[in-house]
Design a protein around this ligand. Structure first.
Ligand SMILES: NC(=O)C1=CN([C@@H]2O[C@H](COP(=O)(O)OP(=O)(O)OC[C@H]3O[C@@H](n4cnc5c(N)ncnc54)[C@H](OP(=O)(O)O)[C@@H]3O)[C@@H](O)[C@H]2O)C=CC1
Ligand SMILES: C[C@H](O)[C@@H]1OC(=O)[C@H](O)[C@@H]1O
Length: 254
């Protein structure tokens, strides 16, 4: 069953990792996909090729989500290519692991600008397009289990993940009258470039794996199905919600 037949999906930060896997899964469900990327053009073109191999259309649009001008440019490019926007996935994010007491100002500022401000600008641009089209839509922010629990080396990062979920909650109210649903996906620890160095520490990796009832860290492809669900009409009465996809890590107290 193809759940996104004929839909246009826009995803930020989709040249690699979770965004790339979500883009391909949306295409597998019949969507045409516009991906945004900042610094990896070759990887972005590879994602476009994977989508085209599935028989769908795709474009890659360069832009730093922390630049407010990048948001309308991304939406404009997608509308020019595919005629509209049905689903927007706010995924682009960074997590430069660093201790709290000596956190450099530029690291905390950059993390907030990319993860939170970027999500805000992009969501606003996509929502305006959906409102003008008059046929509703679905917005999904890639938040995190880190919206709910802390990390000693992530004091600059976890507030941004709580922030994007809060953004979805408020947007669910602001955009509900236009038929636009807004939800968050809260991944657990997923093996991507963002945590490659952190999880190269085998003691830490073993500890993280041991916390997960399903017995393994996540793969980017594990996020595809949950995003497609939230984007699809199967979730037509779901808005303002948070879907935790973590192999059970969050509930594992003892
Ligand atoms: N991996 C994990 O364990 C978890 C990740 N998440 C969240 O998932 C999202 C994706 O992370 P993940 O796939 O792991 O990370 P990756 O590092 O694998 O991929 C990050 C993606 O974001 C893009 N990106 C980074 N900065 C910008 C920017 N300023 N503007 C546009 N695109 C940008 C990168 O593109 P390019 O290379 O072109 O710059 C890349 O495509 C993030 O928001 C992260 O917080 C949430 C929970 C867990
Ligand atoms: C980057 C981390 O490994 C990852 O990011 C998150 O949001 C998760 O909570 C993990 O800590």
């Amino acid at each position: 069953m193809r759940l996104l037949e004929g839909k246009t999906v826009l995803i930020t930060g989709a040249s690699r990792g979770i965004g790339a896997a979500v883009a391909v899964e949306c295409a597998r469900h019949g969507a045409n996909v516009a991906i945004n990327y900042a610094a990896s053009p070759a990887a972005a073109e590879d994602v476009v090729a994977q989508i085209e191999a599935l028989g769908q259309k795709a474009i890659a649009v360069k832009g730093d989500v922390s630049d407010p001008a990048a948001a309308p440019e991304f939406v404009k490019a997608a509308v020019a290519a595919f005629g509209g926007v049905d689903v927007f996935v706010s995924n682009a994010g960074i997590c430069p692991f660093h201790g709290f007491l000596d956190m450099p100002v530029d690291v905390v500022d950059r993390t907030i600008k990319v993860n939170l401000n970027g999500a805000y600008y992009m969501t606003q641009a996509a929502a305006n397009q959906m409102k003008n089209q008059g046929r509703g839509g679905a917005i999904i922010a890639i938040s995190s289990i880190s919206a709910l629990v802390g990390g000693g080396m992530q004091t600059h990062y976890t507030p941004t993940k709580a922030g994007v979920h809060s953004l979805m909650q408020s947007c669910a109210i602001a955009l509900g009258p236009y038929g636009i649903r807004c939800n968050s996906l809260l991944p657990g620890t997923i093996l991507t470039d963002i945590n490659k160095d952190d999880l190269a520490d085998t003691a830490k990796r073993t500890y993280m794996e041991g916390r997960i009832p399903l017995g393994r860290l996540g793969q980017p492809e594990d996020m595809g199905g949950p995003v497609v669900f939230l984007a699809s009409d199967l979730a037509r009465y779901v808005t303002g919600a948070a879907l935790l996809v973590d192999g059970g890590a969050f509930v594992n107290l003892q």
